[in-house]
Design a protein around this ligand. Structure first.
Ligand code: NAD
Length: 494
């Protein structure tokens, strides 16, 4: 694929790269340099329908292909992803802005999901009970659903489709990916690698676009299941609209993750881990710490240590190996983050470090925001409850662990909460009482490995089964229970 600035991306439908008929497109920009990397067509319902038709055709044979044969294509994909590891990581950095180290981690997690999905022949095994009554056996099998689709956010262009796609395909479904229009290049490249595996045409499809494309997916009667990852307002829209047409739906939404620091925590390690959580990926991670809640006398030493770490973080273009934090995704995102910092000041908070108006020499057109620490944030105020999605950490101070847990559970989101302590008893209480989907104990980004569900709760998740691991296998299959009667007098064999 040519990467010239005027390249308009093509859709991958039925095993062919097709020019979109869309008249409108949006630019894909490098967030560090503002260089235009390509243009994304805003594909219409007609193109979604074309992809679904091809996928449905492919499904009729793919569903009957033995799982052991299906996963051979995933083994090939894993090899190709490993071979193109560095290239994919650079593509992620260039279109999404994160550092090369962070991008490599993302590719690694994508590969790990392929590896887990390769276990489909075992994971798909059913249950069998002989003689549930005399001469009657009962068994449960798992069958693929049909055509399934995912709608992806901008912040992990190479990983999030892999929470779903390899499992869906391994289970015998045909699949459609709609990448974020802000970062479509990584999946475009993955699509080319999938093509090289020889996967039967139509089993994997890629359709670019924005709202109209999404709504066409949600309304299409032949799409049986939708996975969405993005902001909570859009998650709610997707959940309601997809469910209205009878689809199975899982929607991962936004977050406002607290990390709680107890006085007995290892201060040096906690500060380092907390800074990586809050400022890694420029805070554009659904598992980023966005609030640090100090308990008791740790308030002063933690605040001082965090201020030092935040000030010393090296900000710049992620391809530079010395850089510890890249830009945020768009100029609009930078403006939004800065306006939320202003709002926190209006609420009575004050800044310990100020990332507003950041300009990086040599990258004057980039969307940079330096690490920002806000102290004195009113716990019941708007900013303590609003997802900022940038390198901004608010500090809140309470007296007891109970207060910290009550604060954690009072917010709307429930993606992640972390506790820093050396006390097993406090850790046990916290992990039991925190109403969130992912808990970290002395860990700042409690990202589940590929074999565990990527959990989330309350406003951070709508649905039942999550992405990754066994949950994904369950999501992408329909159980069928068969009860069979073979009495002795019919068979005369027993
Ligand atoms: P977003 O909600 O703006 O966009 C996500 C997808 O929805 C994109 O593909 C976009 O084209 C589409 N979309 C956007 N608005 C739409 C509309 N009105 N109608 C139909 N489709 C629409 O999210 P984003 O800015 O790309 O990603 C950041 C968000 O994703 C943050 O809120 C972050 O917390 C969340 N996120 C959550 C998780 C998780 O696991 N819970 C993981 C990653 C990101």
């Amino acid at each position: 694929m040519s990467k010239s600035p005027t390249t308009r991306l093509r859709n991958f439908i039925g095993g062919e790269w097709r020019d979109s008929a869309a008249t409108e497109s949006v630019d894909v920009c490098n967030p560090a340099t503002a260089e235009v990397l390509g243009r994304v067509p805003l594909s219409s319902a007609v193109e979604v329908d074309a992809a679904v038709r091809m996928a449905n055709q492919a499904f009729s044979d793919w569903r009957r292909t033995p799982a052991t044969e299906r996963v051979q294509f995933l083994f090939k994909l894993k090899t190709l992803l490993q071979r193109h590891y560095e290239e994919l990581a650079r593509t992620i950095t260039i279109e999404c802005g994160k550092t090369l180290g962070e991008a490599r981690g993302e590719v690694q997690r994508a590969i790990e999901n392929v590896e887990v999905a390769c276990g489909a022949p075992i994971l798909l095994q059913g249950d069998f009970s002989e003689d549930i009554a005399r001469g009657i056996d009962e068994f449960m099998i798992r069958q693929p659903l049909g055509v399934c689709a995912c709608i992806c956010p901008f912040n992990f262009p190479g990983m999030i489709p892999f929470w779903f796609m390899p499992y869906a395909i391994a289970c015998g479904n045909a699949y459609l990916v709609k990448p974020s229009e802000k970062v479509p290049l990584t999946m475009q490249r993955v699509g080319e690698l999938i093509e090289q595996t020889g996967l039967p045409k139509g089993v994997f499809n890629l359709v670019h676009g924005t709202h109209e494309t999404v709504d066409a997916i949600l309304d299409h009667p032949d799409i049986k299941a939708v996975s969405f990852v993005g902001s909570t307002p859009v998650a709610k829209h997707v959940y309601a609209r997809a469910a209205a047409s009878g689809k199975r739906v899982q929607c991962q939404g936004g977050a406002k993750n607290p990390i709680i620091v107890l006085p007995d925590a290892d201060l040096e390690a906690t500060t380092r881990i907390a800074a990586d959580s809050a400022f890694g990926c420029a805070g554009q991670r659904c598992l980023a710490a966005s609030l640090a809640v100090t308990v008791g006398e740790v308030r002063k030493p933690f605040t001082e240590a965090m201020t030092d770490v935040a000030r010393s973080r090296v900000v710049g273009f992620g391809l530079d190996e010395k850089v510890q934090m890249g830009p945020v995704i768009t100029p609009q995102s930078k403006a939004r983050i800065e306006s939320l910092i202003n709002k926190a000041l209006e609420e009575g908070a004050h800044l310990l470090t100020d990332g507003r108006g950041t300009v990086i020499p040599g990258y004057e057109r980039g969307n940079f925001v330096r690490p920002t620490l806000i102290d004195g944030l009113p716990p019941q105020g708007d900013i303590a409850r609003t997802e900022v999605f940038g390198p901004v950490l608010g500090l809140i101070h309470v007296d007891t662990l109970e207060d910290a847990i009550a604060f954690t559970n009072s917010g709307g989101y429930g993606n992640m909460a972390c506790l820093f302590t050396s006390s097993g008893a406090q850790a046990r209480k916290f992990r039991s009482e925190a109403q969130v989907g992912n808990v970290g104990i002395n860990v700042g980004v409690a990202a589940p490995m590929a074999s565990f569900p990527f959990s989330g709760a309350r406003e951070s998740f709508l649905g039942d089964l999550h992405g990754q691991g066994r949950h994904a296998i369950e999501f992408f299959t329909q159980t069928k229970v068969v009860v069979e009667r073979w009495p002795r007098e019919w068979t005369r064999q027993f």
